[in-house]
Design a protein around this ligand. Structure first.
Ligand code: HEM
Length: 438
């Protein structure tokens, strides 16, 4: 057994100053220099940055050996009764109960409603203006998530949720400033969710299974309290931020790759790309996957060892932290040819760029029992948003924009990604669409 390689760091602070200054560069450069299992300290805490897919598989499948340390989307403990915070058998049972709402057919059955709110929301983009697109994308992602997750009841409360949830989020981290305002915002949001639940009880489900069905059933059977229902739904909806961030990164890449953008325009014009039709667009799907490779919004996953873990020559002791960064793993040249280049073709079978690689070399949604339950929802939302954006608009980066990461919870583009928006005239658009874009 040898000690894993890694930077020595400061005797007291370890590598904390370098990590804090630029964690992505620290982890990527560290991996390229010291290898895919390197050791460092953050203060007195011993950490291992692990990018070896075989080791990642083992870490994420060993639930006894590691505790979960990543609050999903860094929502801390704001929603303690949601599946993301539950442990052991309670966690498994909740995941099982919620799973039908995230199945492909269930989501696609609600895609038309989601597409409608996407197009209405994007109607706020003004042609001829340079504007940060993140706020519009966040709003649209939140509205489409409400429609996909709450079905017809979402329709009734989407307006309230789109107003109240961003207020609650704005208070997170600043709650100490004005507890009363934070409480008021949370109460208003909770009231909207309970209204949706009430509507579901009164009307029954008019379509496919959504998130409200299992939750309302569990509350009515006395298996769960109303706070758990509220926490679960809010937790699922706050994920609109990573979804919006990933969509913004796709626009960032397409703005610099006119040849990819025009092939995508052709594909979308040919199939129509309305609602569930987005599932028939292979290049759109590849653009989404490649964006999540280069710009994974959840850029690091953390686990703490409960007992010693050995992998080849490496030994992680109980209490040590293991950091797995999708950002790093998805840029390693041993798995990704020309890793810094945006090449959606990697995800198109038959393309020379499409190569077999270990499954843990691509993990924007995590791995194992804590893997993102909303993966299909997020990918569908991204497809709906990008299809509408690419079909109706063109985007240019303003001169002098310096690409980089903005300081938010998820990996978001700097300054909310300012883009020059132009309207695109495509064949076959009807008057109604012209009105929405105007
Ligand atoms: C692009 C958007 C998204 C990304 C990149 C993302 C990424 C992730 C990742 C990496 C994890 C695993 C965290 C860990 O293992 O520590 C996770 C967990 C989770 N995600 Fe997402 N997510 C996204 C969107 C969504 C959406 C739309 C929903 C809900 C509709 C959602 C709900 C959840 C939940 C509930 C968990 C916790 C699962 C559990 O603990 O069993 N996410 N997500």
């Amino acid at each position: 057994m040898i000690r894993s390689p890694g930077p020595k760091g400061h005797p007291l602070h370890g590598s904390w100053p370098e990590f804090r200054a630029d964690p992505l560069a620290f982890l990527l450069d560290g991996t390229l220099t010291h290898g895919d299992f390197f050791r460092f300290r953050l203060g007195l805490q011993a950490c291992f940055a692990v990018s070896d897919p075989a080791a990642i598989q083992r870490v994420f499948s060993d639930r006894e050996g590691f505790t979960d340390k990543t609050p999903p989307h860094r929502m801390q403990d704001a929603y303690p009764k949601s599946v993301a915070r539950l442990e052991g058998s309670e966690h498994l049972e909740r995941r099982r109960a919620l799973a039908p709402a995230f199945q492909r057919e269930a989501l696609l059955a609600r895609a038309d409603g989601a597409e409608r709110v996407v197009r209405e929301g994007l109607g706020r983009l003004r042609a001829g203006e340079v504007r940060a697109v993140m706020p519009v994308l966040e709003d649209v992602a939140l509205r489409s998530a409400s429609m996909l997750l709450l079905g017809d009841a979402g329709e009734r409360v989407v307006e309230h949720i789109a107003t109240e949830l961003p207020r609650v989020e704005a208070w997170l981290g600043h709650a100490a400033d004005d507890e009363a305002a934070y409480d008021r915002a949370r109460e208003a949001l909770a009231a909207s969710i309970l209204k949706a639940a009430e509507h579901r009880r009164a009307a029954g489900n008019l379509g496919s299974i959504d998130l409200l069905d299992p939750l309302v059933r569990a509350v009515d059977a006395g298996q769960m309290d109303e706070q758990a229902l509220i926490d679960e739904i809010v937790m699922m909806l706050v994920t609109h931020v990573p979804t919006a961030a990933a969509s913004a990164w796709a626009l960032f890449e397409l703005a610099q790759r006119p040849e990819v953008r025009s092939r995508l325009e052709e594909e979308l014009d040919a199939i129509g790309a309305r609602g569930a039709e987005v599932e028939r667009a292979p290049l759109l799907s590849a653009v989404v996957l490649e964006t999540l490779r280069l710009h994974p919004p959840v850029w690091v996953l953390a686990r703490e060892a409960r007992r010693e873990f050995r992998h080849g020559p490496h030994a992680v002791s109980a209490g040590n932290e293991v950091l797995v960064s999708p950002y790093v793993v998805q840029r390693l040249p041993q798995y990704w040819k020309d890793p810094e280049t945006f090449l959606p073709e990697r995800f198109l079978p038959g393309s020379p760029w499409h190569v077999e690689r270990p499954s843990a070399a691509y993990l924007p949604f995590g791995l194992g029992m804590r893997k993102c339950i909303g993966e299909r929802t997020a990918v569908l939302q991204m497809k709906l948003m990008l299809a509408a954006l690419v079909r109706d608009f063109r985007f240019e980066l303003p001169a002098g924009y310096e690409a980089g990461v903005g300081g938010r919870r998820a990996l978001v583009p700097r300054d909310g990604l300012p883009l020059l928006v132009e309207r695109r005239r495509s064949a076959g658009r009807c008057d109604r669409e012209q009105e929405i874009v105007r």
